[in-house]
Design a protein around this ligand. Structure first.
Ligand SMILES: *Cc1c(COP(=O)(O)O)cnc(C)c1O
Ligand code: SF4
Length: 340
């Protein structure tokens, strides 16, 4: 393996230098379904090609956790475009959670009391086929730092906002300097007491958790809560575990959110195994989301009754803190709604 560390990443610890830097990992990611299938020994499917309107992006770090030759692998199911994506369904729409309506400009979504979510950046380190933002017009409401000016002004002006959620896309696909500049500006707003960082990078490309990043997050004035996104225990390998330990050692609380997905984690054993893998790493399972009904994702839907019985069964098997809250997001509501 060649050494490809970017100049900005040279402050990595010796153990990190055995893997490629995260930017190089982004460059090496798989960018077509044909390549994904070829790498995993899965037959090509010309019928699925139209599904690539939502482009493919799979880092090799994730590829290595997928069983070769098995189209039903729980990680691959999240990444493989299938012809089912082309099925039109009237209940599956382009903005299922009312994000555009709640947008106050500059990519800031202020839906809930005391907290606002910034669509920090359009890019992700993995493209999940069920993603509710797969249809989001990132270019018109978010992206570059110029656009953040509006968002930051809103945050400064509204003293009722005590928590900023950085989401995306994925905020950690930003270069360190750009991301740090954003953190500096948020830090300077005295009524912001908490920063919640939502990222799938600790799963997708765990070497993104560089010493530089973790140090900055742990020294931030608003306390940083980190929310990772993992749907299946198979997504957690040694590198992922090491990254999470690093966050924990730096005193950063880590939560996980998952989406309940047909064919991925819609059974008690899979979710119990996921929760146990998480709590063994000191990560608290936070939310289990009912699928947001975005067009192209109807084949991932799990009936609410099935979800409820799975979660009830989980409760009988696991410690209380290992059972995530099963929720759905409904446009116009003041919080996520528990699926009681
Ligand atoms: C989910 C979400 C939040 C956070 O909700 P919590 O229940 O506090 O986790 C905040 N803003 C938006 C727009 C959200 O979608
Ligand atoms: S926003 Fe999250 S769920 Fe959607 S594609 Fe990006 S990483 Fe996947």
């Amino acid at each position: 393996m060649t050494t490809v560390l970017q100049p900005a990443e040279t402050n990595q610890s010796p153990c990190e230098s055995h893997t490629v830097g995260w930017k190089e990992a982004m460059k090496r990611a798989i960018r077509s379904q044909a390549e994904l299938r070829r790498e995993l020994g899965i037959p090509a499917d010309p019928d699925a090609s139209a599904a690539e309107q939502f482009p493919t992006f799979v880092p090799r770090e994730m590829l290595s956790r997928i069983r070769r030759g098995d189209p039903n692998d729980p990680i691959l199911r999240q990444l493989l475009a299938t012809r089912e994506e082309l099925t039109e369904s009237p209940d599956f729409v382009s903005d299922p959670v009312g994000d555009l309506e709640a947008s106050v400009g500059g990519g800031l979504i202020h839906k809930y009391s005391g907290r606002a979510l910034l669509i920090t950046h359009g890019a992700c380190a993995v493209h999940c086929r069920y993603c509710f933002r797969r249809e989001f017009p990132y270019t018109s409401v978010a992206s570059v730092s110029e656009k953040w000016k509006t968002a930051l002004q809103h945050l400064r002006d509204d003293e009722s906002i005590h928590e900023v959620l950085l989401s995306g896309g994925d905020p950690l696909t930003l270069a360190d300097q750009t991301f740090e500049h954003l953190l500096d500006q948020i830090e300077s707003i005295s009524h912001i007491r908490r920063l919640r960082l939502h990222s799938r990078l600790p799963i997708a490309i765990p070497q993104r958790l560089t010493d530089r990043l973790v140090d900055r997050l742990s020294s931030l004035r608003p306390i940083c809560w980190f929310v990772i996104h993992c749907n299946h225990a198979a997504e957690i390998d040694d590198a992922v575990a090491a990254g999470i330990s690093k966050l924990r050692r730096a005193g950063i609380p880590v939560l996980n959110q998952s989406v309940l997905l047909a064919g991925v984690n819609d059974d008690v054993d899979a979710l119990a195994e996921l929760s146990e893998a998480l709590i063994d790493l000191g990560v608290q399972p936070y939310y289990l989301h009912q699928l947001d009904q975005v067009s192209g994702a109807s084949h991932f839907r799990v009936e609410p009754e099935v979800g409820r019985s799975i979660v009830n069964e989980l409760r009988s098997r696991l410690p209380g803190y290992a059972v995530p809250t099963y929720v759905v997001e409904t446009a116009g509501e003041k919080s996520k709604t528990p699926m009681l």
